[in-house]
Design a protein around this ligand. Structure first.
Ligand SMILES: Cc1cc2nc3c(=O)[nH]c(=O)nc-3n(C[C@H](O)[C@H](O)[C@H](O)COP(=O)(O)OP(=O)(O)OC[C@H]3O[C@@H](n4cnc5c(N)ncnc54)[C@H](O)[C@@H]3O)c2cc1C
Length: 433
């Protein structure tokens, strides 16, 4: 890229916010891609001007919160949203925060707690995930049963479209959509429809009480049977999670599979629920059943859970995920054991009981593709499938229905090209992955 072009970019965002040196750029990049420059815009007008400029020059843009994690960055620039990290409005009456997209989840949470409010979504990397990234991905987590996935907490946004135009949609009201719901359709579009520059977040009142119940089970199946009993008795806590023996050692060393139940709500109701849950666990054969009420101990437990989630998700090459819903989980675990052997001794197994969702850390040398197809067949026979886009692809592979797969991706790609005719934004995001 010529010096003239770099100086045009510097003219838009300021000299110090266009980074060209490979050493400096490395702070903002993961993987082997080498973009021409990393650009840090400071406001919406600058984002819009950069995107318009990129259109004129036919230069691609890859967007990221803090660090761009794409393999092919070589042809374009990387836009890092980290400077746009302010809370613009705290509205106690409407329980709404208006924020810029570069604010980190952890920083946002601190401000939300300071305001006496709550923001339940919980990406697995709370310290490094930007809020813009969370909504661009459309995260969900083990609290999603009670609170809904991340998208539930978006009331509106400002977005710079791939042409550079600025679109505003939604407001502080809960009832602000009739007809097509573009607000939530944009969630999960991974920066292919546009760049979030402002987000209207719906918050909740801070829970009055937080408690947990922990227990140990000799087998994964017994622990899951206790989960089914709770659900059949209409006891739905905030989180209902199981870590197999191998993984539990990273959080709370001890014998057996670890069950962690989290309760966020009112003091009296959470106390009653904690007692019922601990009785069900004990009757189900658990040992070391304990109600955790101490705030410090509770926090350590949740931090331990976040640490484990980060270990599990930190290596996508060794990870398989599938969902069958809560009440088919017993059958799924029995069949899974037939495929992979002793579930307690497997390198890692997490069951998010309320979602009926499993994460598996695979042993070194596993043929992931072959196992994924088998697990997908297993999950599909129980009404679920492996998760994410890969899930759709494997579903079509399991049926040998490649037409279905290409039809779906064809439609989505057509829509994408309506938004981004020149293919400027996030070329590394592919529906074929
Ligand atoms: C396919 C996929 C599914 C995932 N599912 C989950 C999940 O269910 N639960 C979970 O906890 N984590 C999930 N993750 C991890 C997720 O990326 C992080 O939890 C978090 O959302 C990332 O935040 P970040 O700031 O690091 O995002 P980045 O890695 O910087 O960006 C993530 C994506 O969002 C885009 N993006 C970033 N900022 C903006 C913006 N301002 N406007 C528009 N687009 C932007 C990027 O281009 C990229 O496509 C998933 C990741 C991927 C790739």
């Amino acid at each position: 890229m010529s010096k003239a072009i770099i100086s045009q970019l510097k003219g838009i965002v300021g000299e110090q916010y266009v980074i060209e040196s490979p050493d400096e750029m490395a702070k903002y990049l993961k993987g082997s891609g080498k973009p021409v420059a990393v650009v840090l815009p400071g406001n919406t007008a600058e984002v819009s001007a950069v995107v318009k400029w990129a259109n004129e020059q036919n230069i691609t843009i890859t967007v990221a919160g803090q660090v761009a994690d794409f393999k092919d960055l070589n042809k374009g620039i990387v836009l890092i949203m980290a400077r746009m990290n302010q809370v613009l409005d705290i509205d106690h009456q409407n329980l709404v925060f208006v924020v810029e997209p570069g604010i980190l989840h952890q920083e946002l949470l601190e401000k939300v707690i300071e305001a006496g409010l709550d923001f339940p979504p919980e990406p697995y990397e709370v310290e490094t995930s930007s809020i813009g990234g969370c909504f661009a991905i459309g995260d969900s987590d083990s609290k999603s049963f009670q609170f809904g996935p991340t998208r539930t907490f978006l009331l509106g946004f400002e977005m710079v479209l791939p042409t550079g135009e600025i679109m505003e949609i939604g407001n502080k009201c809960i009832k602000n959509v009739s007809g097509y719901d573009f607000i939530h359709f944009a969630v999960g579009s991974q920066g292919t429809f546009g760049i979030f520059t402002k987000l209207f977040l719906k918050l909740l009142p801070k829970p009055e009480a937080k408690k947990a119940v922990i227990a140990r089970f000799a087998s994964v199946h017994k622990a899951n049977a206790a989960f089914s009993t709770l659900i059949k008795r209409n006891i739905h806590p905030t989180r209902l999670n199981l870590l197999n023996n191998s993984l539990a050692q990273a959080i709370l060393p001890g014998e057996g599979q670890l069950v962690m139940v989290d309760l966020e709500g009112f003091t009296e109701s959470s106390k009653t629920m904690a007692n019922e849950i601990s009785a069900v666990m004990t009757l189900g054969g658990a040992s070391d059943v304990k109600i955790v009420e101490d705030a410090g101990e509770y926090e350590n437990l949740i931090n331990g859970w976040l640490k484990v989630r980060s270990i599990v998700k930190g290596n996508p090459d060794n990870l398989l995920e599938f969902a069958v819903g809560p009440l088919k989980m017993g059958q799924a675990l029995t069949q899974l054991e037939g495929l992979i052997g002793d579930l307690g001794a497997y390198p890692g197994l997490v069951v998010e009981g309320l979602l009926g969702y499993v994460n598996l850390i695979l042993p070194e040398g596993t043929d992931k593709g072959a196992l994924a197809v088998k697990i997908n067949k297993l999950a599909m026979s129980l009404g679920g499938n492996v998760c994410g886009l890969l899930g759709i692809k494997l579903r079509s592979e399991s049926y040998n229905d490649t037409d279905m797969w290409s039809e779906t991706t064809g439609l989505l790609n057509e829509l994408r090209s309506q938004f981004d005719p020149k293919g400027i934004l996030n070329p590394g995001v592919s529906l074929k992955a």
